[in-house]
Design a protein around this ligand. Structure first.
Ligand SMILES: Cc1cc2nc3c(=O)[nH]c(=O)nc-3n(C[C@H](O)[C@H](O)[C@H](O)COP(=O)(O)O)c2cc1C
Length: 379
């Protein structure tokens, strides 16, 4: 072995050790947020962190979890716990999926490839965004773990049609149609920062961030103006269904009647979500919307939720209120920024450990034991 190689190996080992040490010091998802804040440029961190307008809904998503208390059951054998569940027939090792978020190469040079590997390490499904910065075929090849693809319907329906064909060929297991973006919510911080990804960051699945598009606020807002379609209705959902035999998931409903309509339109799952507080500010917290949606769906489809999940107890509460599983958005970006693939995997394993402990201390040996009696709205 050459001396140069030996030195490189030593440096790599030291780097790995220090990175691992650094990661082991991160004990909560909030620690990961602080770590991401320290490594990302301010406009990028703020793009990921922020919500729309005054960020009332962003805060409400978190506050909603605090309004529910746990009602633990004692003297149940919890010496062995099974956190696994299924979504659309796929077994996952914990009831937490990776939500679709954009621009992963702004968080880490390996971008979506690292996210896909980290999600597979964590034993769960990664929902790849239309606004991924890596070709969907490349992401699909990272692992054999099941992946879903999140779809935005483009103003140019030809772009959408081609995208849906590519998704099916690449082996994705479900199409997640996001319905809460007829136009982009107003992200004031991005406007103030004139947020614009660098020119080498592209959107290979979505038409591109044309650097010549006139831009008054952020580059993302300019892109949305070009590609999102405010005329979308349930008829377009039918159209997407006609394009593909993949199971359809509708993401971004809060109202019971919309959840019902989603099932009537053929959705196999509904994600109760307000886009992490990034669309209409002042709308209901996702957790508060969950019970009505569960009632409206009445077992005809699976109901998932996202928005503000940061602790194992949050996962537990959402399941007790009827969610099949939850998704996490920002915490995955924090994991990615702080440690690439292993950061993503560690975020998932922290949630898994927390959920496991919550289940043990609450007398639930498996996910199906987390029923409606386990939580109550605080007086
Ligand atoms: C930076 C960022 C980018 C997002 N991009 C998308 C997207 O491309 N498609 C989509 O359906 N949802 C997108 N979302 C919403 C997430 O899928 C998810 O609903 C939300 O992040 C959940 O809230 P949480 O971040 O509190 O976990 C994005 C959210 C964030 C924070």
């Amino acid at each position: 072995m050459s001396l140069a190689y030996k030195i490189k190996e030593q440096v790599d080992t030291r780097w790995k050790r220090s990175r691992n040490g650094h990661m082991n010091a991160l004990l909560t998802l909030d620690d990961f947020e602080a770590a991401a804040r320290s490594v990302l440029p301010v406009p990028t961190f703020e793009h990921f962190r922020s919500g729309a307008d005054e960020e009332k809904t962003l805060r409400a998503n978190r506050e909603a979890f605090n309004r529910f208390t746990l009602w633990p059951r004692m003297l149940v054998d919890v010496s062995k716990r099974d956190l696994s569940t299924t979504v659309l027939g796929e077994r996952i090792s914990l009831p937490v999926l990776v939500a679709p978020t954009s621009f992963h190469r702004l968080a880490h040079p390996e971008g979506e490839l690292a996210t896909a590997a980290g999600a597979a390490d964590g034993g769960t499904i990664y929902t790849v965004s239309t606004l991924a910065t890596t070709a969907l075929e490349e992401i699909a090849k990272v692992s054999s773990a099941p992946k879903w693809f999140q779809l935005y319907i483009d103003k140019d329906r030809g772009i959408t049609r081609t995208l849906v064909e590519r998704v099916a060929v690449a082996g994705y297991r479900a199409l997640v149609l996001t319905v809460d973006v007829p136009m982009l919510g107003r992200r004031l911080i991005d406007e103030r920062n004139r947020f614009a990804p660098p020119p080498d960051i592209s959107l290979p699945n979505a038409g591109d961030l044309d650097p010549n598009t006139p831009m008054t606020g952020s580059r993302v807002a300019a892109y949305a103006l070009q590609h999102r379609d405010a005329s979308l209705t349930w008829r377009d959902v039918e159209w997407v269904r006609s394009l593909s035999s993949l199971p359809l998931v509708i993401k971004g409903v809060l109202r019971a009647d919309d959840a019902h309509r989603a099932v009537e339109s053929g959705a196999r799952a509904v994600i109760v979500s307000n886009h992490g507080g990034r669309q209409v500010d002042g709308c209901a917290a996702a957790l508060d919307a969950l019970p009505e949606a569960v009632e409206a769906v009445a077992g005809r489809a699976e109901v998932l939720m996202d928005g503000g999940v940061r602790w194992g107890t949050d996962v537990f509460k959402a399941i007790a209120l009827g969610a099949r599983a939850v998704l996490i958005g920002r915490p995955i970006l924090w994991g990615l920024a702080a440690g690439g693939r292993s950061g993503v995997a560690r975020v998932l394993s922290l949630l898994s450990d927390e959920l496991s402990r919550t289940m043990a201390l609450s007398g639930c040996a498996n996910v199906s034991a987390i029923d409606a009696t386990m939580v109550r709205r605080a007086p």
